[in-house]
Design a protein around this ligand. Structure first.
Ligand code: NAP
Length: 481
């Protein structure tokens, strides 16, 4: 099985190869076998991409916004026309079941291109009356932007960054995770086919070193990262050197709170979606499931029964509902956390074992306490921790007692309580009676260590533009000299 791209990079409107860079073997997570090879960007490739983005930016920004928007909307349609081919590629790149990649990854990317394509022509400033004189503002693009992606949603992340960035008149150099380099190249190809001029969206491959080099370049005005908190700290610091704007989409350890009056089957379904989709490799997962003590055993019983129906297997088989983890390293890390959970006294309710290769069984721990390692650190695998609680004030305090603040969920039939709790949880996004839905119309991003800025929704436009003010003098100049 091979998925070799036309070339490693996409620069200035076309595929670009330079085999002087270190080879990166792309492994299919279901087999651990190579399916493609790309080469890390050399200094020459990095320079070509940055120069192309800088050259293209002013003409791109000067286009009528409706024309920029039309190109993005056309790209969304091309993605939909090529849906099956793209879903298959995403499955090969990530190991996610085809049943997921058909509905979640590229489709969400297409939604972002369509949504921001539509919004492009609505980005306006304001007029400010000043009693005779007046001022007006414009929302102008930052200029050249760097996008850096994680490996868990490579196609979606590339689209979520490119769509608003380009809609606002920025150009971009995007560096995917070295583990999943294939999807972003397709996005560049598709945007070009849709009419994006050369240099507007470029892709270069490589590890963190390449990302660091991109961020440090003097032509760059904005950096948008999706990744872990430790990487976020490094990237934020590097961006600060050049006083660059940032968006940081980082990790989480989100609480999902189930009150005793909740629809328990719905809550069980949400907890499973929020822990086992994409084999648990989702930033906003509700990995700390707080269940009111009086319904805990009922909840656990239903949860264990439904978890037993998860089908691990070949991701290209339509019947498969959970794939492997992304890499041997991630597999070993997750198995290490499972061992730690058991050693620290958590009760294993389901799973706990490694499958063949990089598969890990969907795992549920009960009787987890706040101080256990599995309750504190982001595991990024199919490991759910169930904790119990007795009252509302207690659970809110415990839910907030973490460095993270990406997401949260509340299940209850008491509407007043749902909104009260949602208001008190320290999270960028809180779901009431559902979990992990991220439609592109809705802002998404974290608070506290989970991030800075927002993707999606109209809110994203504020993070891809800055305000330019013009003061208009209408009378003479009143100078004291
Ligand atoms: P990661 O190790 O932090 O890497 C993220 C990206 O940053 C990769 O492309 C990485 O390159 C690059 N990078 C690493 N060091 C860098 C540096 N010094 N300068 C510039 N770039 C650098 O994260 P990951 O393991 O790929 O992804 C999992 C993490 O992403 C989890 O913590 C998850 O919660 C988070 N995430 C957050 C969101 C969100 O929206 N909040 C969404 C998805 C994932 P290489 O890896 O190629 O070396």
């Amino acid at each position: 099985m091979q998925a070799d791209p036309t070339a490693s990079h996409f620069v200035d409107g076309s595929y670009h190869e330079d085999k002087d860079g270190a080879a990166i073997e792309v492994l299919y997570p279901a087999t651990g076998k190579p399916i493609a090879r790309v080469y890390e960007a050399t200094d020459a490739v990095i320079e070509a991409a940055l120069a192309a983005a800088a050259r293209a930016q002013s003409d791109w920004a000067a286009l009528r916004p409706v024309e920029r928007g039309r190109i993005l909307t056309r790209a969304a349609q091309i993605i939909r026309d090529r849906a099956e081919e793209l879903a298959r590629l995403e499955t090969l790149d990530t190991g996610k079941p085809i049943s997921e990649t058909r509905v979640a990854d590229w489709p969400s990317g297409a939604d972002a291109l369509e949504y921001f394509g539509g919004l492009a022509a609505t980005i306006t400033g304001e007029t400010i009356p000043l009693g005779g004189d007046w001022a007006y503002t414009m929302r102008v693009p930052h200029g050249v932007a760097i996008g850096i992606g994680a490996w868990n949603y490579p196609a979606q992340i590339a689209c979520w960054k490119a769509a608003p960035a380009l809609a606002c008149g920025n150009t971009m150099v995007f560096k995917p995770s070295e583990v999943t380099p294939l999807g972003a190249l397709k996005l560049a190809e598709i945007l070009t086919e849709a009419g994006a001029p050369p240099g507007v969206f470029n892709v270069v491959q490589g590890a963190g070193r390449v990302g660091a080099q991109l961020i440090g370049d003097g032509r760059v005005r904005k950096v948008s990262l999706t990744g872990s908190v430790p990487t976020g700290r490094r990237v934020y610091q590097a961006a600060a050197e050049g006083i660059r704007h940032v968006t940081m989409e980082l990790g989480g350890k989100s609480p999902l709170i189930v009150f005793a009056d909740a629809d328990l089957d719905a809550a069980v379904g949400a907890a499973m979606l929020g822990n086992f989709y994409s084999a648990g490799q989702v930033c906003s997962n509700g990995t700390r499931v707080f269940v009111e003590a009086s319904v805990k055993e009922d909840f656990l019983g239903r949860l264990a029964k439904r978890t037993a129906s998860i089908h691990l297997g070949d991701p290209l088989d339509e019947a498969t509902t959970m794939g492997p983890l992304i890499s041997a390293a991630q597999h070993d890390k997750v198995m290490g956390y499972i061992a730690k959970g058991q050693a620290e006294g958590a009760r294993l309710v389901a799973g706990g074992k490694a499958g063949t290769g990089w598969f890990v069984q969907p795992t549920i721990f009960a009787d987890v306490t706040d101080t256990m390692t599995v309750a504190q650190e982001e595991i990024f695998g199919p490991v759910m921790c169930v904790l119990d609680f007795d009252d509302e004030a207690e659970v809110i305090a415990r839910a907030n007692a973490t460095q993270f603040g990406l997401a949260a969920g509340v299940f209850t039939k008491d509407l007043a309580r749902a909104h009260r709790v949602a208001g008190l949880l320290q999270a960028g996004t809180t779901w009431i009676n559902t979990y992990n839905l991220t439609p592109v119309e809705m802002p998404f991003g974290g608070t506290k260590a989970s991030g800075v800025g927002r993707e999606n929704g109209r809110a994203a436009l504020e993070h891809w533009t800055e305000v330019k003010t013009v003061y208009v003098g209408q009378g003479g100049v009143d100078a004291p000299w």
